[in-house]
Design a protein. Structure first.
Length: 697
C-alpha cells in the first residue's frame, strides 16, 4: 500500500522555521509514542496503519533533518501549495482543516495531471513499490543480498547516500521473498538494546512485552531452532543503521552468536548511509566489523540510468508518449541532481509544473534551469567534475567486498541444498516487477503512423524484389539473404514490427545474431525465444544485458539485440542491429532492413542484449586475485599497449591501473576489475579471436 503524502512539518508537529534540534526532539517524541501504541490508544484512531504512521514519521525526519533535502522539500511544498491555489474552484476558499487526517483525505490532485494525461503524479516523493526501477546498480545490490542469504553469511552491509533507493529496494526485496524465510524488518532506530530485542521479537510474532533481555532472547532462540528444523532461515534487516548507538550494534553482534554446532541460526543485514562506515570504525565495534562478510555501496544513477528512471516513472503514471524530456534536458537534470533518485523526483516534478504553466509538453534545458533556480541550493556539476567523480569514486569502495556481477548467472547449488529457497535468478535477472520501457523518452507518434495503410498500398520498397509483408514466425525458418527492405520513416518501422508479437520478434532477431556468430540454420531449430538463457545452454554463447547509448554500441562493435518500445500501447519488440555504416543501420527481423539509425532511436528504450563467447572461460578478476588467468590478462593488455612491467600470476596494482586505462580508453566503467564488459571488449580487439563486428564487417 502506498503511504499517502503528508506535510512533513505537520507529521512531526513542528513549525516550518523549526531548528534542527527541535526537529530531532519532535522525532524522538513521535517515535516513542508509536513504539508503544498501547500507551497511546486515544490518540491513534488514524485511517492509516501503525506501520504507515511510522514510515511517515521516519520519512519526515529523514527529509527535515538534512539541510539540502529540507530546502528541496520546501520548494516542492511551495509547488504543491501553488498548485492548489491555481486550481479552479466554484466555492470560495475556506481555511484548511487543522486535522492532518482530514486534510489528507481532501488533498486535491496535482494541477498538471489532466494536462499531461497522467493517472497520478509520476514523481511523488513517497516510496511506491510499483515505481521501483531496477538499474544495474540495484540489480547488483540484490545479487549481493541473495548471495549472502544463500551462503548463510552472518552479517551483510549495504550503504548508500540519502535518496539512492535503499529503503525502496529492501521493501521490494521483502515483498518478493517470503517462501523459506522469516524477516524481521526494523525500520525505525532503537535507542536501547532492549528496544531492539523487543522490535525483533514483535516483527517475528514472538512475545515482546517483557522488560527482561534474557526472556526475550530465550523466546527468540527457541523460535530460531524450530525454524531451522523446518529448513527456514531467519533474517533481521536493520534500516537506517547509522542512527544506532554502539551499544545497540554490539547487541546485534551478540545475537549473531546464536548458532548450532554447525551453522548460524540468524543472519543480519545492515542498511545505512555512509555515516555507518564511521560508526563501525570505532574501536569498540571492531569485532562487529570483522564479522561483516559481504558489503556493497549503492551508488547514484548514471546518465543512461537516469534517462531510464525518468521514462519508467512517466510510463507507470500513464504518460507514455504524452510528454518528452529532451536529451539535453535530461543531461542537465542529471548534472544538477547527480543521479540521486529523490532529487530527480523533486526537479522533474518542478519541471513538469513549469512546462504546464507554459502550455508545453516538451521539457527543455531552459525549463530544467528554471526548475533548479526555483528549488534553490542546487549546483550543476561540470562535465569535467562528473568525469573525475567517475574515475575516483570506485577507488573509495571498501577493500574485500565480494563482487557478484549481474552479468553472470548466479549459481545457488543443487536443489537439495536449496530446500525451501526461492528462485532468485528469475527475481533479479528477469525483472518480475514488470519494469518495462526504461530508456530514451518517446514522443507521441504522428497521427499518420498510427493507422496502417490499405493492404494494396506499398509501404516498403525493395531494391531487388517486390515488397513483402512480414511473415509469421514458425518453429524453424532459415534466414533469407535475398534483398534488403529500405525503410525511410519511423512510422513504417512501427507498422512493420506491429505484425509480430514479443516472442516472435525476439526469435527473429536472435536468429540473425546467432547467424553472425556462425550458428548453422539447422541448429536454430531448438531456439527458445522465451529466455535468453537458452542461448548459453544450447549454443555455448553468453548473454549480457545493458543500458547503452549509440556511442556505446559502436564501442562494443558487435551485433546486438535492441528492445524497441512501440507507441500507442503496441508493446515491446526486438530487432537485431547487424551492421553500421556511417549513420545507416542494417537491422534483422523477419527481413533484413536498411534504415537510418536516427529513425530507430526514438523507439529504442536503450536496453540492449549482447551475445558473446567467453573463449577462454575466464573468471571475474579484481585486485588480489591469484592465478594463471592474471598472466593471460597482462600479456594481452601488453599487446594492446596498456600493461607495462613483469607478468606475474597476481592481480596487483599494476594490473588494476592497466585495466583502468583500458576501460577509460573505451568509455566503460573504470573500476579496475576484469568484468564482463571488459572481457567482451578485449576479446573483440584481439585478432586471434573471431568475433562478428558492427562496423568494418
Amino acid at each position: 500500500m502506498k503511504v499517502q503524502q503528508s506535510d512533513f512539518y505537520q507529521v512531526l508537529g513542528v513549525p516550518k522555521n523549526a531548528s534542527q534540534q527541535q526537529v530531532e526532539w519532535a522525532f524522538k517524541k513521535k517515535r516513542a509514542m508509536l513504539d508503544k501504541p498501547a500507551l497511546n490508544k486515544k490518540s491513534t484512531p488514524s485511517l492509516t496503519s501503525l506501520q504507515e504512521q511510522i514510515e511517515q514519521v521516519k520519512e519526515a525526519f529523514d527529509t527535515l533533518s538534512d539541510p539540502k533535502k529540507r530546502m528541496a522539500y520546501n520548494a516542492w511544498l511551495e509547488t504543491e501549495q501553488a498548485g492548489t491555489e491555481e486550481q479552479p474552484v466554484e466555492a470560495p476558499l475556506v481555511e484548511l482543516p487543522k486535522n492532518p487526517r482530514k486534510q489528507k483525505s481532501k488533498k486535491p490532485a496535482s494541477v498538471y495531471l489532466d494536462f499531461y494525461g497522467f493517472t497520478e503524479k509520476p514523481f511523488d516523493l513517497t516510496p511506491d513499490p510499483k515505481y521501483l526501477y531496477l538499474s544495474a546498480k540495484h540489480k547488483e545490490v540484490l545479487a549481493h543480498l541473495v548471495f549472502g542469504l544463500q551462503e548463510n553469511n552472518g552479517f551483510l552491509k549495504i550503504i548508500g547516500e540519502v535518496g539512492t533507493g535503499k529503503t525502496t529496494i529492501i521493501r521490494s526485496f521483502l515483498r518478493e521473498l517470503r517462501e523459506g524465510f522469516n524477516f524481521a524488518y526494523v525500520f525505525h532506530p532503537c535507542v536501547t538494546s532492549l528496544e531492539l530485542l523487543q522490535s525483533i521479537n514483535e516483527e517475528l510474532g514472538l512475545p515482546s512485552d517483557s522488560e527482561s533481555k534474557r526472556t526475550l532472547i530465550r523466546h527468540l532462540r527457541k523460535f530460531l531452532v524450530e525454524e531451522r528444523a523446518l529448513g527456514h532461515r531467519v533474517v533481521v534487516i536493520i534500516d537506517e543503521a547509522q542512527n544506532l548507538d554502539p551499544g545497540v550494534l554490539e547487541e546485534l553482534r551478540l545475537l549473531s552468536n546464536l548458532e548450532t554446532e554447525t551453522e548460524k541460526l540468524i543472519q543480519i543485514v545492515l542498511i545505512g548511509q555512509p555515516e555507518l562506515e564511521a560508526l563501525l570504525a570505532r574501536t569498540e565495534l571492531r569485532q562487529l566489523k570483522q564479522r561483516i562478510t559481504i558489503q556493497w555501496e549503492l551508488l547514484p544513477l548514471n546518465l543512461e540510468e537516469t534517462r531510464g528512471y525518468i521514462q519508467h516513472r512517466l510510463n507507470v503514471a500513464g504518460g507514455k508518449g504524452k510528454i518528452r524530456f529532451e536529451k539535453a534536458a535530461v543531461d542537465m537534470l542529471y548534472r544538477y541532481t547527480q543521479g540521486i533518485p529523490r532529487m530527480i523526483n523533486v526537479m522533474a516534478d518542478r519541471a513538469l509544473l513549469l512546462a504546464y504553466t507554459q502550455n508545453s509538453k516538451r521539457i527543455t534545458t531552459k525549463i530544467i534551469r528554471s526548475a533548479a533556480h526555483d528549488i534553490g541550493g542546487l549546483q550543476k556539476e561540470s562535465h569535467l567534475k562528473t568525469a573525475a567523480w567517475k574515475v575516483f569514486l570506485p577507488g573509495l569502495l571498501l577493500a574485500g567486498m565480494l563482487y557478484v556481477g549481474m552479468d553472470q548467472w548466479v549459481d545457488f547449488g543443487s536443489p537439495e541444498k536449496n530446500n525451501g529457497i526461492v528462485d532468485f535468478k528469475r527475481l533479479i535477472q528477469e525483472d518480475p516487477m514488470d519494469l518495462t520501457d526504461p530508456g530514451e523518452l518517446v514522443p507521441a507518434a504522428p497521427a499518420t503512423s498510427a493507422e496502417a495503410p490499405p493492404a494494396e498500398t506499398r509501404m516498403f520498397t525493395n531494391s531487388k524484389n517486390e515488397a513483402s509483408a512480414p511473415v509469421e514466425t514458425t518453429a524453424y525458418k532459415p534466414i533469407s539473404r535475398n534483398g534488403v527492405l529500405q525503410i525511410g520513416e519511423t512510422g513504417q518501422l512501427v507498422t512493420y514490427l506491429s505484425s509480430l508479437n514479443l516472442a516472435e520478434s525476439k526469435a527473429e532477431a536472435a536468429r540473425w545474431v546467432l547467424d553472425r556468430w556462425g550458428v548453422l540454420p539447422e541448429n536454430m531449430r531448438r531456439l527458445r525465444a522465451e529466455s535468453f538463457e537458452s542461448i548459453q545452454l544450447d549454443y555455448g554463447l553468453s548473454h549480457y544485458e545493458l543500458n547503452a547509448s549509440f556511442k556505446k554500441l559502436r564501442t562494443f562493435n558487435q551485433p546486438v539485440l535492441l528492445e524497441l518500445t512501440l507507441p500507442n500501447s503496441k508493446g515491446t519488440k526486438y530487432v537485431a542491429l547487424l551492421s553500421l555504416k556511417g549513420k545507416q543501420a542494417v537491422l534483422g527481423s523477419s527481413d533484413k532492413i536498411s534504415i537510418p539509425f536516427s529513425l530507430v532511436e526514438p523507439l529504442w528504450n536503450h536496453r540492449a542484449h549482447l551475445v558473446w563467447r567467453d573463449f577462454e572461460e575466464l573468471p571475474e578478476m579484481g585486485k588480489g586475485f591469484k592465478g594463471r588467468e592474471a598472466v593471460w590478462l597482462q600479456k594481452n593488455l601488453r599487446l594492446l599497449g596498456f600493461f607495462k612491467g613483469r607478468e606475474a600470476p597476481i592481480y596487483g596494482p599494476k594490473t588494476v591501473r592497466a585495466v583502468q586505462s583500458f576501460q577509460r580508453r573505451y568509455g566503460i566503467a573504470d573500476h579496475g576489475r576484469f568484468d564482463t564488459e571488459t572481457r567482451i571488449l578485449l576479446y573483440n580487439l584481439l585478432t586471434i579471436y573471431e568475433t562478428p563486428h558492427l562496423e568494418g564487417a
